[in-house]
Structure formats: C-alpha cells, structure tokens
Design a protein around this ligand. Structure first.
Ligand SMILES: Cc1cc2nc3c(=O)[nH]c(=O)nc-3n(C[C@H](O)[C@H](O)[C@H](O)COP(=O)(O)O)c2cc1C
Length: 407
C-alpha cells in the first residue's frame, strides 16, 4: 500500500468533458490506496455522468452547488451563524481537477468564482493539479495556452493531455493523461507537500534600504520574488514559516508570519529575534553592503552638492551560525558577469566564511537571472563544494528544486 495517500483527503473537481466517466476508475484506484475521495461536479459534467455513480465510487456525497436550497441564508446572516459553503477547500490535502475543461482553466486563470468548484479552487491552500482533456483544436487555442502558461507561473500544476484518437474523432493532443500517471503525480505531490511538516523555517527576501535623508534611500533592484516563492512553497510543504522581507518585496499569497523591514539593522534585529529553535534559515534577502554614515535628519535640498560617506553594514550571514549552531543555513550569492568557476568559487568562499550548509549562486548580469526577473539560473554549492546546476527556469520552479535539496 502507498502510505502517502492513506487517509489523505483528495477533492476531485469533475467538469463537463467527455473523459469524465474515466474518473470513476481513477477514484477506485485512489480508494484502493486508502485515500478519502470527495467529488465536486459542475452542472455540465452531470449531463455526461450521473452524480450517483460518483457517490457510489467515492463513498461520499457529491457536492454540486454553492448555495444549498435547504438553507435560509438570510436567516444565517441575521443570526451571525457560521456558513460552511466551501468546506472541501479547507479539508483538501490535494485538489485535482479531472477532467479539466477549457472553460474551468479559463475561469481559474481569470479569477472567476461563479460556482462551487471554481469558488472552492480559489479558496483552497492545497496543491491544485489540473488534468486537461479536450479537442485538439481547443488545446492548441492560443487563449487556452496563454491561460495554462499563466496558471503554471502561479502555483497550479498540470498533468498534460496525451496524443491519440480523441472522442470527437480527431487525432492529436487532448486525451486525458493515463490514470496511473495521474495517481503517480498525486502521490508525488502529496509526498512533496508534507516533506517539511513541522520544520521551523525562517526566510528572508527582498531588498534592504539605507536612508540618506527622510525621503531618499540607497537600495537595490531585488523584487523579493525568489525568497517569497521559497517561503510560500515551504509553507505549502507543511513548514512553520516566518518571512522577513524588505518593504518593497512582493506580497506573499498565504497566511505566513510576515515581518517587513527597511534597513540592514532592522533585518539583523528581526533575524536575531526569530532565530531561536529554528531548523532552517534561507537567507535570500539582498542585503546592502553599505550604510550611510551620517544620515541627514532633514530632506536635503536638490541644489546641494552631496558627498555621501558610506560605511560597511553587519555581515549578517556570517553571524547566523554563531547565534544558532544547529540551524541549517542556506544563503545566496549574487555576482555580476563572472565565469561559472568564479561564481562557484565565490559561493564556496561565502559558505566557508559563514559555516553555511548551502550557498545558491547566480549571475545577475545575465539576462533573465537574478534581480527583478521571473526566472533564474542558479548553482547550488554544498560543504564539499559539490555543485548542482539548475537551468534557467521560473523562480517558483527553482524555489521547489532548492527546497527538494534542503529536504
Ligand atoms: C458531449 C460533450 C462533450 C464535451 N467534452 C468536452 C471536453 O472534453 N473538453 C472540454 O473542454 N469541453 C468539452 N465540452 C464542452 C464543455 O462541456 C463546456 O465548455 C461547458 O461549458 C463546460 O462547463 P464546466 O467547465 O463548468 O464543466 C463538451 C460538451 C459536450 C456537449
């Protein structure tokens, strides 16, 4: 038996695609692995397969509507009673949409929540796996493909349809993926989603900014995306995550403990406060090496000549292991237009000086890497100077690969 699925709650959204009858077999496979299966059917899908068949297969009542006709909502609201209208979104360990129509993909990609399924998907913190199945022309449609690309950049994962003869008579890509492949992906996703369960993780992200005067700062181009994605993905894997981020970094999507900082001094102070009992720290913040020695209390006039004297900031990364010797320490090293050898050597030098466990190096001088981009290419260096190269990919994909290595 596969322990990963035992007692796990898998919510399956069934939409109005011709492949929806195949999901009955998929449910049997999942129940054999002792998963709890709950089904939400759209109105279209009920025209293709009877809801009773899904109730029989899953052993649970199928949900179809956002509003329950038996409930007097006006009364509920007046009496301030709790309304459990999307409870499956909360209990799901994994949300599978199978088969996924072009319509539901378009709705999720555009934030539409106009029925029970689309509303539950929007409200869930669980991983969402989407299994599209449709006519080849629909699958190739540019709008559909743009929606798929948009969702992949967020946290939605796809099990791509396969090539074959389609129900509509066409030959091409559009068949629902093989059911065993879908079960494999469900298992892998659930495995991954719990592999940091209970771990106390601190993540720093984004740029620091050092004041010159009350309105001007010295900062850098970091968007915080790399660190925030790492924090989000660690949270989705069951980690107890605290994020410390520069004030201009992107907002995290989930209810993480989120602390905003401005300058290096504040960042260091928050790290010190939050370091005790932590298992892992991933220090992805782009920390200024300099601070202004004498910052002006008044706004400097634009016609004044300005000679700034800069002094060094605290080397936070090198202090962490001294404050918590048991912590697993991961840092980032940004270099500008250097060779791979120089990049790796400098990352290793940083790792040694801080007694770190991993240092992730990237060359921010290359297109599509580093600061303020959606993608990254990194080299992960460990204590033995063994290096793992992650090719240019979306920062969320890189975040997950980094977490796989940390695990
Ligand atoms: C017999 C039949 C089969 C269909 N099969 C598919 C399909 O495989 N994939 C798809 O994207 N749409 C398919 N459609 C169209 C969808 O049912 C339609 O777009 C509907 O609005 C989807 O609603 P839903 O996403 O809420 O279930 C089919 C329609 C019919 C009548």
């Amino acid at each position: 038996m596969n322990p990963a699925l035992k007692e796990r709650n898998i919510v399956i959204g069934v939409t109005g695609g011709i492949a929806c009858y195949k999901v009955l077999d998929l449910i049997k496979k999942l129940r054999k692995l002792k998963a709890n299966v709950y089904v939400i059917m759209t109105h279209s899908s009920q025209k293709l397969v009877d809801k009773k068949d899904f109730e029989k297969a899953s052993g649970n009542k199928v949900q179809t509507d956002l509003f329950d006709p038996k409930v007097n909502y006006k009364d509920y609201i007046k009496k301030n009673k709790q309304i459990k209208h999307i409870s499956l979104a909360d209990i799901a360990d994994l949300f599978l949409i199978c088969p996924a129509t072009a319509n539901i993909i378009g709705k999720i990609a555009n934030g539409i929540a106009d029925d029970l399924l689309s509303t539950s998907i929007m409200a869930t913190n669980a991983s969402v796996l989407i299994c599209p199945a449709m006519n080849v022309k629909m699958w190739k449609n540019t709008i559909l493909q743009n929606n798929v690309e948009k969702l992949k950049k967020l946290r939605y994962e796809f099990i791509e349809p396969e090539y074959g003869i389609l129900a509509c008579g066409y030959k091409g890509v559009g068949r629902l993926a093989n059911l065993d492949k879908i079960v494999g992906r469900i298992k892998a996703t659930i495995d991954r989603r719990s592999n940091l369960a209970g771990k106390k993780i601190l993540v720093t992200a984004g740029a620091t900014s050092e004041e010159i005067d009350p309105v001007r700062v010295i900062t850098n181009k970091s968007s915080g995306k790399m660190g925030v994605y790492i924090a989000e993905e660690a949270f989705l894997r069951g980690g107890d995550v605290t994020l410390i981020r520069g004030a201009n970094a992107i907002e995290p999507q989930y209810f993480l403990k989120d602390i905003k900082i401005d300058n290096v001094k504040d960042l260091y102070s928050e790290i010190k406060k939050n370091l005790k009992d932590r298992d892992i720290i991933i220090h992805a913040a782009a920390v200024s090496d300099f601070t202004v020695n004498k910052k002006s209390k008044r706004k400097l006039k634009s016609f004044e000549t300005l000679n700034l004297e800069l002094g060094p900031t605290t080397k936070i990364f090198e202090k962490i292991k001294k404050l918590n010797k048991n912590i697993f320490l991961v840092g980032f090293k940004a270099e500008y237009r250097v060779t791979t050898k120089e990049l790796v050597d400098r990352a290793y030098g940083l790792l040694k000086s801080a007694d770190a466990d991993l240092v992730i190096a990237n060359d921010v001088g290359k297109k599509g890497r580093g600061f303020d981009t959606d993608t990254n290419e990194v080299f992960i260096v460990n204590k033995k100077k063994k290096t793992k190269h992650l090719n240019l990919a979306d920062k969320r994909v890189i975040a997950n690969k980094i977490l796989d290595m940390i695990k």
